[in-house]
Design a protein around this ligand. Structure first.
Ligand code: SAH
Ligand code: SF4
Length: 413
């Protein structure tokens, strides 16, 4: 059963979003969210803030935006009314419209957010997923609307690429989740939020939503550096994981310029099969990819690279594949995440049988690798890996029914 807030009419949607601020993200005004401190200082000077004050004002605004989570200049109590009005006139700090919020029976939440068109013709919708677990809460963030790549098992890969998300939009996903969960200190927990006690509800982020983050490098970098800024949201870089299908030059840059944890969508242990499943392999074959992993800064047994491996029946799930996988990763501090394939209508693959997944996992374990099997989460609300597809490309009702029938066999019990 899906607990879905019935948000069919616009008033209710506005009410849902209004808990975060009075108006929606506005493309006519310059965003402050997503700018580095230095960029913010410069735009403040541009609107007439005296140079001597600009650094101090930047720190104040930064605190309001990222520690207190405000999305309305009027709430910035230590900033004069005159300056607040100047800020209001030039800049936007509003949240996007939340079109839909769904809560799965396993506690997973999915938000459908609407961002301005920014040249894409019409506004774009993206999905962000929150996965609560016993000792952590992980937010799965999107980096693009659609994807230019066409991995054969991925639903997003069937969607046309619409545009990159801006750094503001990438951060907005985190800010909206924190709003809706009640994860900002000194703010009321919204109706339907989880708990006011001061645990961090969003303790981890993974760039594993829609899109290839390394094809939107600059915006992803800006957003992640802000999310990990110690005077703001202050997530440790060890708790931020960027997942890539294998954009090798971007992996080197991630290590040097962002410094977050890395996940590689591996899925195959030889070039022939990987060329087919993850076509970017033709450009950056396995050897180059694994060399980049070996050279990733700061990796050791406490900070391992995650290799994601989707289990496709009869395609990549034999014990020979498992053996080859262990051989391939030799010498790389690695953790292997086995992902049962999540089906979608029209997909050409099937998920491996459960006992085959377990045999595969046992084999890898015996070779000394941690190889957790990722339990499908939120599949009743289509929030599981590879199932995200924006509302702009909404499935037909018939497809939804087919999907519901398919996922019912992949429960989250
Ligand atoms: N583009 C990036 C990040 C987004 S995909 C990447 O490819 O790494 C996040 C993860 O979900 C990837 O490992 C991807 O391979 C996996 N995935 C995609 N479709 C899936 C599906 N249908 N079932 C299970 N996992 C899937
Ligand atoms: Fe794009 Fe990642 Fe899906 Fe491949 S798996 S199509 S890179 S989102």
């Amino acid at each position: 059963m899906v607990v879905s807030l019935d948000l069919s009419d616009r008033d209710k949607r506005a009410a849902l979003s209004a808990s975060a601020g009075a108006s929606f993200m506005d493309e006519q005004k310059k965003p402050l969210i997503g700018l580095s401190r230095e960029e913010m200082r410069l735009v403040l000077i541009e609107i007439g803030v005296p140079e001597k004050q600009a650094k101090m004002r930047t720190s104040q605004i930064w605190h309001w935006l990222y520690v207190r989570g405000v999305s309305d200049f009027a709430l910035m109590a230590n900033i004069s009314k005159v300056l607040r009005e100047m800020l209001e006139e030039s800049f936007s700090i509003a949240r996007p419209e939340i079109v839909e919020e769904q809560i799965s029976k396993d506690g997973t939440r999915k938000w459908l957010m609407r961002f301005p068109a920014r040249g894409a013709g019409k506004p774009v919708d993206i999905e962000t997923v929150y996965i609560p677990e016993k000792n952590r809460g992980t937010l799965c963030i999107s980096s693009q609307v659609g994807c230019t790549l066409t991995c054969t098992f991925c639903h997003t890969g069937t969607q046309r690429m619409v545009r990159n998300l801006t750094s503001e939009e990438i951060l907005a996903q985190l800010l909206v989740a924190k709003d809706r969960l009640g994860d900002f200190p000194d703010r009321d927990t919204p109706q339907g939020g989880i708990a006011p006690e001061r645990v961090r509800l969003v303790s981890n982020i993974v760039m594993m939503g829609m899109g290839e983050p390394l094809y939107n490098f600059e915006n992803v970098k800006s957003a992640l550096l802000i999310a990990s800024d110690s005077d703001g949201i202050a997530l440790s870089k060890r708790r931020i994981t960027l997942s890539t299908s294998g954009v090798v030059p971007g992996i080197y840059r991630t290590g040097e310029e962002i410094g977050v944890a890395l996940a590689i969508s591996l899925h195959a242990v030889n070039d022939e099969l990987r060329n087919e499943l993850v076509p970017i392999n033709k450009k950056y074959p396995l050897k180059e990819l694994l060399d980049a992993c070996r050279n990733y800064p700061g990796i050791n047994n406490a900070r391992r690279i995650t290799f994601e491996y989707v289990m496709l029946k009869g395609v990549n799930d034999s014990l020979n594949d498992a053996k080859e996988l262990a051989r391939l990763l030799k010498g790389i501090p690695a953790k292997i995440n086995l992902i049962p394939f999540n089906p979608w209508p029209g997909s050409e693959h099937e998920c491996s049988d459960w006992d085959q997944i377990e045999k595969f996992a046992d084999f890898i374990n015996a070779c000394g690798y941690a190889s957790p099997i990722r339990r499908p989460r939120g599949s009743d609300i289509m929030a599981a890996c590879g199932q995200l597809k924006s509302e702009s490309e909404k499935m037909k009702a018939r497809e939804r029914l087919a999907m519901a029938a398919m996922v019912s066999g992949h429960g989250d019990e």
